[in-house]
Design a protein around this ligand. Structure first.
Ligand SMILES: [Zn+2]
Length: 257
């Protein structure tokens, strides 16, 4: 836990440099951590980041802890090499390089979510099977999410974690223009132009994966076409504020009780 006086000093330093983050952005990052736990996307593991609103070469991520318990005092600022600006003694996530290298490679990305959500993992390990958009709320997935194979970069003996910048760069390169990449035997990473949209996509990617597993067990599946996926994305993602406001209020109620 960071001593309160240390946080105050650090905040004063960044404010003096003209780079203090928007308090509402930090509040939304905290809420995103809670929502992702409440919606079953993360458990004790997984993380969400947001790019600094005044310094695009910096981003924010919680210290190494369970997302459901994150507070504003747990948020740490990082540079694009994955180094904390001032961790103040706090342990940081091993897989922070997922975030740093995606933010470096994709200037359009404002938020990144990495999770091991339960229905995604099976779809990362079967040859010839891909996560595909199966319903209108998940059109952003398209006709087949790319799968990152860590063996292509680091051989057959890794712990599967993205624990350095080289692995982070390889994962970031797998995205191309995609909004989600599955990671074989591990989980997935979702990107978006806002933290609200990233949360929405992470929640509905997990739901899409569940539907895909269920429907595949019943018979041949009719998936969205690429055009349907794009049309649904344009229509539905404009309404992201509605689920965000609802989930955020629910998360606050649970934690006030
Ligand atoms: Zn992971």
């Amino acid at each position: 836990m960071c001593p309160p006086d240390r946080i105050a000093v650090h905040a004063a330093d960044t404010a003096a440099a003209g780079a203090a983050p928007s308090p509402s952005m930090i509040a939304d990052l905290v809420a995103a951590n809670h929502i992702l736990f409440d919606q079953g996307v993360v458990d004790a593991f997984g993380h969400v980041s947001v790019r600094h609103d005044k310094r695009p070469d910096r981003f924010f991520l919680a210290r190494n802890m369970a997302p459901g318990n994150v507070t504003a005092a747990d948020i740490v600022e990082f540079d694009l090499d994955g180094n904390p600006v001032d961790a103040a003694g706090r342990r940081v996530y091993l897989e922070r390089f997922i975030h740093s290298e995606i933010f470096r490679a994709r200037p359009d990305v404002v938020s990144v979510i990495h999770s091991h959500s339960h229905n995604i993992v099976p779809l990362s390990v079967v040859q010839g099977v891909k996560l595909r958009a199966i319903f209108h709320m998940a059109g952003f997935i398209g006709e087949g999410a790319p799968v990152f194979e860590i063996r292509d970069t680091a051989g057959h003996g890794t712990d599967l974690l993205i624990s350095d910048a080289t692995l982070g760069r390889a994962l970031a390169a797998k995205f191309g223009d995609a909004e989600i990449v599955l990671m074989r035997g591990h989980g997935s990473t979702v990107v978006a132009s806002s933290v609200q949209l990233a949360v929405y996509r992470a929640v509905y990617a997990e739901l899409n994966a569940r539907y895909q597993l269920q429907a595949s067990a019943l018979g041949e599946v009719t998936y969205l076409t690429a055009d349907e996926g794009r049309a649904c994305t344009n229509r539905v993602e404009g309404q992201v504020q509605r689920p965000w406001d609802f989930w955020k209020a629910e998360a606050a109620k649970r934690r006030a009780a």
